[in-house]
Design a protein around this ligand. Structure first.
Ligand code: GDG
Length: 720
C-alpha cells in the first residue's frame, strides 16, 4: 500500500504519565484515508525531552501504537523556532498584524535548522512512491528542502492560516526564502481563494514568477495551487450528540443557565480573535439594553503564554471583563462568565447545543472551526451564529449574521437582532449552513486534497514537448547537408532578466555560445529584438551570425558590417508615435522606450507587474485604433510592446536568409509572441521549438525552460 506521510509541527498527542492521541479535525480526517494509504505522521512530540532513553521509549511507543514518528526539540529550538520565528514573527504577519511581528536573525537560523531536521527525518522514511503532506506555517521551508534532495517526491503543503496581501508579506525580512521554500511543493492548498490570490501576486511581485491560472511553472516542476476549505469532524460530533450520557450532561448544563439566554464564545486566547472589540460590543449592548436575562460565556483556552503579546492580551481582557462585570452585575447576576481554560469535549458540545447565540468575531482567521461546529450542533432549536466577515468560514457560511469585527456598534446591534430573532428566521439562516458543514467535512477536505495532489503528479507532459524531438529531428537536422539554427536570445537561450542590461552571456549560456561557435555542423544565427550595437557588444567574441532588431538586419560571423534586409522600408510612422509612447513612459514608472531601426519598443520589465501589464493593454488598444492605416504591426510580447514595420519580422528575416543561403533544414527556437512569426512560416524545412509555458503556439515542439533548451542544444552538438 502506498505511504502517506503527514508532517505537522505537533504530533496530535499529549505526553503525560501516559501518551494519549488527541482527536482534532485533522486526525479524524486523516484516519479516513487509512483504507487507501499506510499513514505515518511526523511531528514534534511536544515539550522538551533531554534524556535519550526516554526519547527512545517515546519513539518506540509512538511508532508501535500510532505509526507516529517524533521530532524532539531542544529548549532553545522551542524558544526560537516555535515561540520566536513561528509564533512571534510569522503568525502575526500572516494575520495582518505587522505591529505585533518581531524578528531575530537567530530565530530564522533555528527555524531553518528545525525545518532541516524535519527534512532529514522524512527522507529517512520516504519511499519512492510516497506522498508527503506538510501542514502549516511552521514548516514553510520544508517543501524546497525535500525537493532539493528528492526531486521525485510528491509533496503537498496546506496553509491553515490566511496568506496575507503582498503589502503585508513583503514586510518579512526572509520573505523570498519563505516563498521559495513553499514553491518546492507540487500542490499548495489554501482555505479561501483570497489567500490563493494573495500568494500568486506575492510570488509575482517578490520573485518575478508569473503564474498560470492554477499553477506556477517552475524550472523542474509545476507548483499547483487550489482552494480546500477545511471542515469539521462530523462523525465525532454526531456520535456524541446521539449518546445518552450526553443528553444528561446537556440537561445539567441547562439547569445552570436556566432563565437565561446564553451567548457563547470559544477560542484560544489570541489577539487575532477580536476579543477586546467583542467585549466593547457587549458593554455597549448592556449599556443600551439594560438586559439582565443574557449571560455571555467565554471559553478562552490558554495559548502561547510565553509570548509577551499573549500575556498582555490576557491582562487586557481580564481587566475589561472585570470592569464590565463590576459595572453591570447585580446580586447573583454576573453578565460575563470568563473561563481561562479549556472544557472537555462533552461540555463543549453541550455548550454549543445550549447557546442561543455564538459570537465568532475574529479580526482575521484562516477558517475558524468553532463556527462550523456550532452550526453542526444545532439540533432541537436553531441558534444564531454571529460571524466575522474576516474568518475564512464566512465564505461558506454566508447566511450567518455576518459582521465587521472592527465595527463595535454593528456587533452590538447584531447581538440584539440575533437574541430577538424568531425561530423561523434562525432556521432559515441555519439550514443552508448545516447542509454545507455536513457535506464538506474534514474527511471531504482531506480526500479532495490528496486526490488533487496525486493527480498533479500523474499529469502527462504537455502534448508538444522535447522528448519527441530529440532522436528523430536531431538526426534529421544533423544529417542535413546545410543545416541552420535560428536561436532567439532573451527568454530562449538565456533566462529572462528583470532589466534588459542584466542578461549578457555568462555561465552556462556563455559555454553554449562557445560550443556553437566552435562547431561546423550548422550555421547559427542569434536572433534578437536587441539593437545592433548591443548585439555587437555581447556577441562579438563568438563566431556566430547575428540577426538584430526583430529581423531588420543581420551580420555574418567575422564580418564587419550589418546588412539591412529591406533597406527601402517606410519608417515615417515612427515620428507620429514617438511622443505618444513617451507619454506612456512618463505615466508608468520603471518603463522605458527603445528606438530601433525599424521599430519602437516600450519595455515595462521594471514597472510594477500589474500596473505595467495594465498600461500595456491600454497602450495596445489605443495603438490598434491609431495605427489601422499605417504599415505597422503591434506585438505585445513579454513585458514589452513592439511597434514594428510590417515588412520586418523575425519570420520574414528567416525566410530571406533561408532563400539566400539555400539551407536544407532549419531549427528555430523562441519564447515570445515575436518568435511565433518564425514558427508560422509554412516551410517544410523549418522545425519550431517554443521555450517556456503557454499553450498558444504554432511551434512544433515545446520545452519548459531556457535550461532545457540549452541541454538539448548541447546534445545536438555532440557527435551522434
Ligand atoms: C488553525 C487556524 C483554522 C477550542 N476550545 C476548546 C476546544 N476547542 C477546539 C474547537 C476547534 C479548535 O479547538 C479550534 O479551531 P479553530 O479553527 O477555531 O482555530 P485554530 O486552533 O487557531 O486553528 C484556523 C484551523 O487551523 C484549521 O485549519 O480553522 O483558522 O488558525 O475544533 O472545537 N476543544 C475542547 N475544549 C475547548 O475548550 N475540547
Amino acid at each position: 500500500m502506498q505511504s502517506l506521510i503527514i508532517v505537522s509541527n505537533r504530533l496530535p498527542i499529549t505526553v503525560k504519565q501516559t501518551i494519549e492521541k488527541s482527536s482534532g479535525g485533522m486526525v479524524s480526517a486523516l484516519e479516513g484515508l487509512g483504507d487507501r494509504f499506510n499513514i505515518q505522521w511526523i511531528g514534534w512530540a511536544g515539550g522538551v525531552v533531554e534524556d535519550s532513553e526516554r526519547k527512545e521509549a517515546i519513539a518506540s511507543e509512538l511508532k508501535e501504537r500510532f505509526n507516529f514518528i517524533p521530532i524532539f526539540l531542544s529548549q532553545e529550538n522551542v524558544e526560537t523556532y516555535y515561540n520566536g520565528f513561528s509564533n512571534s514573527s510569522l503568525w502575526p504577519l500572516l494575520h495582518y498584524m505587522p505591529s505585533n511581528a518581531r524578528y531575530e536573525e537567530k530565530w530564522f537560523q533555528n527555524y531553518r535548522k528545525v525545518n532541516r531536521l524535519f527534512a532529514e527525518k522524512i527522507l529517512e522514511h520516504a519511499g519512492p512512491d510516497d506522498i508527503i503532506w506538510i501542514h502549516d506555517y511552521h514548516l514553510m521551508l520544508l517543501p524546497a528542502l525535500l525537493r532539493d534532495k528528492r526531486p521525485d517526491l510528491t509533496i503537498g503543503f496546506f496553509l491553515h492560516t490566511p496568506f496575507p496581501s503582498y503589502e503585508i508579506f513583503r514586510c518579512h525580512p526572509k520573505r523570498e526564502e519563505l516563498l521559495n521554500g513553499l514553491l518546492g511543493a507540487n500542490l499548495i492548498g489554501f482555505h479561501t481563494f483570497g489567500y490563493l490570490r494573495h500568494f500568486r501576486s506575492t510570488v509575482l511581485r517578490l520573485l518575478g514568477i508569473e503564474s498560470e491560472l492554477d499553477h506556477i511553472p517552475l524550472e523542474n516542476h509545476k507548483c499547483a495551487m487550489d482552494v480546500y476549505p477545511i471542515g469539521i469532524n462530523t462523525k465525532k460530533f454526531q456520535d456524541i450528540l446521539g449518546a445518552e450520557a450526553f443528553s444528561r450532561r446537556r440537561k445539567a448544563l441547562r439547569k445552570v443557565y436556566r432563565d437565561k439566554k446564553m451567548v457563547l464564545s470559544v477560542e484560544r486566547l489570541d489577539y487575532t480573535k477580536g476579543i477586546p472589540q467583542r467585549l466593547e460590543a457587549i458593554e455597549m449592548f448592556l449599556e443600551e439594553t439594560g438586559r439582565k436575562d443574557v449571560v455571555f460565556l467565554f471559553i478562552s483556552v490558554p495559548s502561547r503564554q510565553s509570548v509577551p503579546e499573549y500575556k498582555e492580551l490576557l491582562e487586557e481582557v481580564e481587566l475589561k471583563v472585570s470592569q464590565i462585570n463590576g459595572k453591570y452585575s447585580s446580586l447573583g447576576e454576573v453578565p460575563i462568565h470568563f473561563l481561562f481554560r479549556s472544557v472537555n469535549f462533552d461540555e463543549l458540545c453541550g455548550l454549543y447545543c445550549l447557546a442561543d447565540v455564538a459570537t465568532v468575531t475574529p479580526l482575521i482567521d484562516g477558517m475558524n472551526l468553532v463556527a462550523k461546529e456550532y452550526v453542526f450542533c444545532q439540533k432541537e432549536k436553531a441558534g444564531a451564529l454571529i460571524l466575522s466577515e474576516f474568518a475564512g468560514a464566512a465564505q461558506e457560511l454566508a447566511t450567518a449574521y455576518v459582521v465587521n469585527p472592527y465595527y463595535v456598534k454593528q456587533i452590538s446591534d447584531t447581538l440584539k437582532k440575533a437574541l430577538d430573532a424568531g425561530e423561523t428566521e434562525k432556521r432559515g439562516r441555519l439550514e443552508p449552513m448545516k447542509k454545507r458543514v455536513e457535506k464538506h467535512d474534514a474527511d471531504f477536505w482531506a480526500q479532495s486534497f490528496i486526490e488533487a495532489l496525486k493527480s498533479c503528479c500523474q499529469e502527462v507532459s504537455p502534448p508538444v514537448n522535447l522528448s519527441g524531438l530529440s532522436p528523430e529531428i536531431m538526426n534529421q537536422i544533423r544529417s542535413a547537408g546545410r543545416g541552420v539554427l535560428f536561436l532567439d536570445y532573451d527568454g530562449t537561450l538565456a533566462e529572462f532578466e528583470k532589466t534588459p542590461q542584466a542578461a549578457p552571456p555568462s555561465g552556462e549560456v556563455e559555454q553554449l555560445l562557445s560550443s556553437l561557435s566552435n562547431q561546423n555542423q550548422f550555421d547559427v544565427y542569434i536572433v534578437s529584438e536587441r539593437k545592433k550595437e548591443e548585439m555587437d557588444n555581447w556577441f562579438s567574441n563568438f563566431a556566430l551570425n547575428l540577426l538584430a532588431e526583430q529581423g531588420c538586419c543581420y551580420k555574418e560571423k567575422n564580418a564587419d558590417n550589418w546588412i539591412s534586409i529591406r533597406p527601402e522600408t517606410d519608417l515615417s510612422w515612427k515620428d507620429h508615435l514617438r511622443d505618444f509612447l513617451k507619454l506612456y513612459t512618463g505615466m508608468t514608472p520603471g518603463s522605458l522606450l527603445e528606438e530601433k531601426t525599424t521599430s519602437l519598443v516600450w519595455q515595462y520589465r521594471n514597472a510594477d507587474p500589474d500596473f505595467g501589464a495594465w498600461k500595456a493593454h491600454q497602450l495596445v488598444s489605443e495603438l490598434q485604433e491609431m495605427l489601422s492605416n499605417l504599415p505597422v504591426q503591434i506585438h505585445h510580447g513579454k513585458k514589452s510592446v513592439t511597434i514594428a514595420s510590417v515588412q520586418t519580422s523575425k519570420g520574414a528575416a528567416v525566410s530571406h536568409i533561408m532563400a539566400l543561403k539555400n539551407y536544407e533544414k532549419a531549427l528555430c527556437a523562441g519564447d515570445d509572441e515575436a518568435d511565433e512569426s518564425m514558427f508560422r512560416l509554412s516551410d517544410q524545412r523549418i522545425t519550431g521549438i517554443k521555450v517556456g509555458p503557454g499553450k498558444e503556439t504554432s511551434a512544433d515542439f515545446q520545452c519548459p525552460s531556457p535550461k532545457a533548451l540549452r541541454s538539448f542544444l548541447e546534445q545536438l552538438l555532440e557527435q551522434p
